[in-house]
Design a protein around this ligand. Sequence first.
Ligand code: FAD
Length: 642
Amino acid sequence: MIETERHEYDVVVIGAGGAGLRAAIAARERGLRTAIVCKSLFGKAHTVMAEGGCAAAMGNVNENDSWQVHFRDTMRGGKFLNSWRMAELHAKEAPDRVWELETWGALFDRTPDGRISQRHFGGHTYPRLAHVGDRTGLEIIRTMQQRIVALQQADHAETGEYESRLRVFAECTVTELLTDDDGAMAGAFGYWRESGRFIEFSAPAVVLATGGIGKSFQVTSNSWEYTGDGHALALRAGANLIDMEFVQFHPTGMVWPPSVKGILVTEGVRGDGGVLKNSDGERFMFGYVPDVFKGQYAQTEDEADRWYTDQENNRRTPDLLPRDEVARAINTEVKEGRGSPHGGVYLDIASRMKPEEIKRRLPSMYHQFKELADVDITAEPMEVGPTCHYVMGGIDVDPDTGQSRVPGLFATGECAGGMHGSNRLGGNSLSDLLVFGRRAGLGAADYVAAAGRRPTARTGAVDTAAATTLAPFGPPERGTGENPYTLHAELQRRMNDLVGIIRTEAEMAEALEHLGELRRRVRDVVVEGHRQYNPGWHLALDLRNMLMVGEAVASSALTRTESRGGHTRSDHPGLDPEWRHRALLTTCVRDGGQEHGDVPRIAVERTERAPMRDDLLALFDLTELEKYYTAAELAAHPGARP
Ligand code: FAD
């Protein structure tokens, strides 16, 4: 029997980014004993990197903004594949969540008359992103950590123990979820990264808030944590993933030098006036406004420039089209020979704003380029190109509570699917994590209250989880000794080259063949050394998750024979209304013959999306909906022709 440290909680939240912290606060405020587990240092989650801001229709800068406008923008950005219920809740509740942060001590930038300032971002009709310079995520995480400390102090005053109701387990990786004999959640199993010692949490409710999957791709803005753990944990526990073909390639990542390729250049640069140019000095985005957005974007540079100061009488610049459109446009410019020397295009803020203003509004961008690329963005343009940034697909959850199909298993934040449809608008992630983090925490609390019993993990489940975790250490007869770093590099290259921004049937079939081969080779991964802080071992375990997620993305992308949002098929270039009402679900295949350490196979199946409620459908003009919907679906629209 392998030695394992044990803890009992009501709710275990896996992930300490914005979504996880907001969920934990909600569960603790209901009086539940709550654990927060994160594989990075506490306070170092991905959310900290969020730069541009948090979208909420507060109407501080343009009073015409409202939840209805935000809802419409979000659905348009997602090309009408979003869970409309999530988009509705998100648009209605985001302003309260931002205000709430201020009551907990956050301080957003102000308008001249003292209100929370809001900036422009792609796809948002009005200036809508509440921000703190270009370090918004940092302020959000700092504030929620402060809130957690305040709750711990209240617990200390009542019980004499700071951690009696809320404890953080940092640098602790969860490798498996535990279910009971009925398939309901019973807890989680993992290891301390420093010592390699095992840890088991027993809990009736688990909230996954593990973020994204970017580390499966070679060029990405994502940090080392984004290995799709939550997606894979959920699959193995019996939950479904939805919409995994939709991966967002942010149009503006750094392209030079190679060591920093992929690091994000915030959309705030364009929101504040920066423009994209090709090697001929042309503002090329005017040539890339797609039919579905015609009439909504400026057609001349003069109108686009006037729009920054007068949105009532001018249309927005096409530099701020949704991200999928801008990323594809940059890709085309580079392919057609109008790119910059290092394979990107130019992003120019230097000729548009005074140096002091650039440094004040975009301090992180100024330092990032100065220190990493020796480029002074107040004097010269940046070179930028697409980078894998965000996954719209994720764990399929109930919109109101965040519960997956596994009783007691909840998901929120980037690892949950549905909210953003086929393409996320910038700024809608920070608001998503606040709105649905809170809802998942409350959902878990309600579930625990109703359950009335503590489930017990299946007999032998912890031993199996431990054996799987130890599998990379040998024994030597397991095979020829594959190196986890080699396999990871291969996975990233295949995903980037074959399942990247532009996809074809032949390339994705090839990708799936390679991924199948990698799935077999990962059984033979052998790591050296001990369990004490061993990065090779950690990667070997993460690889299992990245492979499952990679197959989910490639299989879903192969199945969807159309182009929409973050999924572009050059062999199926148009939107197909018949695909609008279909979703793709990924499930885990249990074929019995698996050994410890084997990566389970996945399957993808089609399902129908729930039709949008009539009152929400009526918020759109029929002529706009006709670009996306089938005639049969629109029969109930108030403007429908008899
Ligand atoms: P994270 O904040 O990533 O947290 C995930 C947590 O899960 C971490 O604590 C991690 O340690 C933990 N974890 C993962 N796996 C495990 C495991 N197996 N065991 C234990 N713990 C685990 N969005 C916006 O709305 N506005 C922006 O301006 C913006 N800017 C961005 C800039 C950059 C550079 C990037 C990369 C993204 C940006 N985004 C932005 C997107 C947004 O930041 C993310 O989508 C969001 O922060 C995700 O939050 P989360 O809480 O879901 O996950």
